[in-house]
Design a protein around this ligand. Structure first.
Ligand SMILES: Cc1ncc(COP(=O)(O)O)c(C=O)c1O
Length: 408
C-alpha cells in the first residue's frame, strides 16, 4: 500500500459522510446537481487568513496570488480579507476588475507581458512588476503615449533561492525578474522618468514547508531590497517579499511553523535601517490561503479488478486535478490526500487505485492507497484542491469540460 497525503485540519463527518461547511458533501452534490464538483470553504479561508495575521507582524501586508484560484466568488471573499492581489496576465486583470477590486491594490508580475496587457494595466493604475529592461522600456513608452503616469516596480531575480521549495523562482539564470546587479541602474532610470516608483518584488520560490528556510529567505530579501535601493539612490515605498509558504500534500509533510516565521520577521522589522521606516512590506501567497480550503468530489462509476488490483474509476480526473495526478511539476508521483467521502473515517479494508475517466495511464488520483471498500455511486474526495486545481488543469481534454465550483 502506498501512503496517502495528510487530510487537512477542519474536515469532519456527518453520519459517516465527509462534511464541508457543516453539511455532508452528498447534500452539496445534490444541490449542485452533478459531479465532479469543487467545494471551497469560506470559513476555512477566513480561518487561514486570521491565523496568518495573528502570527505575522502587523506591519506586514498580505496579498493573494490570483493564479492559485481565480474563481470569482472566492476573489470577492478575498477582497474583504487581504490587502492586495497579485495577477499574472491580462485575463487575471479582467477577473479582478470584474470582482470590483480596486486597481491600486493590484500588482502584475510575470514574464512575456504583451503590449495590450501592459496598456490595460497602466491605464487601470495597476502596479507593474517589471520582468526585464525591455519590458520597462515598453511600459515607459506606452505610458507616455497614453499620457498616464505608470506605477512601476522591479521584480528582482535574487541571487538566492528558497531552500526546500517545490518551485524555485530565483538564484541563477531565470526567466523571472531582473538580475540583481542590473537593478539599481534601472531603478534610477525609472525614478528619473517621472514614473510612480513602487519598489521591489522579490519572489524566490513557492511550496516550502521549512519555516527556517522561509524566514531566512525573507531576511535575505529585505537585505537585498535595502542594498539595491541604496545603490540606486532610490526610495523604497513598497517591498514585496514574495511568498513560498507551502501546504502539506504528501505523507510525511508537516505544516509550516507560522509562529517561527512571524517571530523572525518581527525581529527583522525591529532592526530595519532608518530609510525603510515608511516602507510597506508585504508577502503574496496563493496555495497557503486557499489550497486546503478546497475539496474535489468525483463519483465512482465503475469498480474493476485487473490482475488482482482494484481500480475505482471515477467521473473526474486529471482534467480537473492535474496536480493530484502528479503531472503538474512533480518529479516523483506521490498520493495527495484523498478519501472515500461517503465512508469518511471508516477503517481501511482494501488497497485500491482511484483513477479518472480519461483514457491515459496518467489519469490517477490515488495510486494503491488504503481505503474502506467503495463501490459504484460512492463519492471520492481529493483534498488540497483549492489551489492550482480547476484553473490549472486541462478541462477540455478529451472533450470532458469543466467541473462545477461552489464557494460555501
Ligand atoms: C510571482 C508569484 N507570486 C505568487 C505565486 C504563488 O505561489 P503559491 O501559490 O505557492 O503561494 C507564484 C507561484 O508560482 C508566483 O510565481
Amino acid at each position: 500500500m502506498k501512503p496517502l497525503g495528510p487530510i487537512p485540519a477542519g474536515y469532519g463527518a456527518v453520519d459517516g459522510v465527509l462534511a464541508v461547511a457543516g453539511k455532508p458533501v452528498t447534500h452539496w452534490v445534490d444541490q449542485a446537481g452533478a459531479t465532479p464538483l469543487f467545494l471551497y470553504s469560506a470559513d476555512l479561508v477566513r480561518q487561514r487568513v486570521a491565523a496568518l495575521r495573528a502570527a505575522m507582524p502587523r506591519r506586514l501586508g498580505l496579498h493573494y496570488a490570483v493564479k492559485a484560484n481565480p474563481f470569482p466568488p472566492l476573489l470577492s471573499l478575498m477582497a474583504g480579507l487581504v490587502d492586495g492581489f497579485d495577477i499574472a496576465s491580462g485575463g487575471e486583470l479582467r477577473i479582478v476588475r470584474d470582482a470590483g477590486i480596486a486597481p491600486e491594490k493590484v500588482s502584475f508580475a510575470g514574464p512575456g507581458k504583451r503590449d495590450a496587457e501592459l496598456e490595460a494595466a497602466i491605464s487601470a493604475g495597476v502596479t507593474l512588476n517589471l520582468e526585464s529592461e525591455g519590458e520597462a522600456a515598453r511600459a515607459l513608452a506606452l505610458a507616455e503615449r497614453l499620457d498616464v503616469t505608470p506605477r512601476l516596480a522591479i521584480r528582482v531575480n535574487p541571487d538566492f533561492d528558497l531552500k526546500g521549495s517545490g518551485m524555485k523562482m530565483g538564484g541563477g539564470a531565470k526567466p523571472f525578474g531582473i538580475d540583481a546587479d542590473r537593478v539599481p541602474a534601472l531603478a534610477r532610470r525609472i525614478v528619473d522618468s517621472g514614473a510612480d516608483w513602487r519598489g521591489f518584488h522579490i519572489f524566490a520560490g513557492s511550496q516550502a514547508l521549512d519555516a527556517e528556510a522561509i524566514a531566512e529567505t525573507q531576511a535575505r530579501a529585505i537585505d537585498l531590497a535595502a542594498r539595491l535601493a541604496r545603490q540606486g539612490g532610490v526610495a523604497l515605498p513598497c517591498c514585496n517579499l514574495g511568498g513560498g509558504l507551502g501546504i502539506p500534500y504528501f505523507s510525511g509533510d508537516t505544516p509550516v511553523d507560522l509562529a517561527l516565521v512571524g517571530e523572525r520577521l518581527a525581529d527583522r522589522f525591529a532592526h530595519l535601517p532608518g530609510f525603510l521606516d515608511e516602507t510597506f512590506f508585504c508577502i503574496e501567497l496563493g496555495r497557503y490561503l486557499v489550497g486546503e480550503a478546497g475539496v474535489y468530489l468525483t463519483r465512482i462509476v465503475d469498480r474493476k479488478v485487473s490482475h488482482g488490483e482494484v481500480f475505482l474509476v471515477t467521473d473526474g480526473g486529471l482534467h480537473h486535478q492535474l496536480a493530484a495526478s502528479g503531472n503538474f511539476g512533480t518529479v516523483v508521483r506521490r498520493n495527495y490526500p484523498s478519501a472515500i467521502a461517503t465512508r469518511f473515517g471508516a477503517p481501511v479494508e482494501e488497497e485500491a487505485s482511484i483513477v479518472g475517466c480519461l483514457c491515459t495511464p496518467l489519469d490517477k488520483l490515488a495510486d494503491k492507497g488504503g481505503f474502506p471498500r467503495a463501490d459504484v455511486g460512492d463519492l471520492v474526495a481529493v483534498f488540497c484542491a483549492g489551489a492550482y486545481g480547476a484553473s490549472a488543469s486541462p478541462a477540455t481534454f478529451l472533450g470532458q469540460g469543466p467541473a462545477t465550483e461552489v464557494l460555501l
